[in-house]
Design a protein around this ligand. Structure first.
Ligand SMILES: Nc1ncnc2c1ncn2[C@@H]1O[C@H](COP(=O)(O)OP(=O)(O)O)[C@@H](O)[C@H]1O
Ligand SMILES: [Mg+2]
Length: 234
């Protein structure tokens, strides 16, 4: 579905990605795990065209993403939920969700998608009229994901959805990601929470200072000596 081949990227003179090869097949949850500053968000920004294209190839269902603008990438069905849950603080939950169906072709599904979001996140239904900015961190993260789903993504890009959440909420966010995937959305996740994210991953890549140093199934990487030592404190 999505393929990165020898992707390299620099911010000005600062090179941050080196020959990254990565593939996401339809139906998978693929995770890139790595420490702060490893280049995880930069990979997602290359896919969603939020930065100027680096070197290498990025293809999605046969389309060369390097040639497209960010809104065209969204129209192909790739939706990114940015890091830090950038919701609209002065808008209510429902208004935030409505903003998510900005792609014309998804507007007809708007009401159905709001119902779907409320089923996935009952907490949002209870708080439908509350202003986004007054919700807790976990609720804002739920809202950010729910808003992303309003655009009917084929591929959902999630940037550190567990960041800053309590352990209990972290667990439920990963459960919901699994459920979204079960309902048919392919997922590319980037995370520092290595243990929880590998547990739900079909496959995963370990990124260290801009290079993929390991890849395998979630289970294989959880059992890998380097992963255990570097990320799991074992
Ligand atoms: N807009 C930017 N301009 C310059 N350097 C950046 C910018 N964004 C990120 N970086 C740098 O690129 C590297 C990778 O960042 P990032 O992809 O955000 O890592 P991660 O998401 O894994 O924490 C870091 O060294 C970071 O400081
Ligand atoms: Mg990041």
């Amino acid at each position: 579905m999505l393929k990165l081949e020898k992707l390299s990227f620099a911010y000005g003179d600062l090179k941050v990605l080196w020959d990254v090869d990565l593939e996401v097949k339809q139906g998978e949850i693929v995770t890139v795990v790595g420490a702060n500053g490893a280049g995880k968000s930069t990979i997602l920004k290359n896919v969603s065209r939020l930065v100027k294209p680096g070197h290498g190839h990025i293809t999605f269902q046969g389309h060369d993403l390097r040639k497209l603008a960010s809104h065209e990438v969204v129209e192909l069905g790739i939706v990114q939920v940015p890091e830090g849950r950038r919701i609209f603080p002065e808008m209510t939950v429902v208004e935030n969700l409505r903003m998510g169906s900005f792609v014309k072709s998804t507007r007809k599904d708007r009401e159905r998608n709001i119902e779907r979001a409320f089923t996935l996140f009952p907490r949002l239904k209870e708080r439908a009229k509350q202003l986004g900015g007054t919700m807790s961190g976990g609720e804002q993260q739920m809202l950010a994901i729910a808003r992303g789903l309003m655009a009917n993504p084929k591929l959902l890009l999630l940037d550190e959805p567990s960041l800053g959440l309590s352990p209990l909420l972290v667990k439920s966010i990963f459960e919901i990601i699994k459920e979204i995937n079960r309902q048919g959305t392919t997922i590319l996740l980037v995370e520092q929470n290595v243990y929880q994210s590998l547990r739900i991953s079909t496959r995963a890549y370990v990124l260290e200072t801009g290079r993929v140093v390991l890849s395998g199934t979630g289970a294989e990487l959880l059992d890998n000596a380097h992963v255990k030592k570097a990320f799991l404190g074992m």
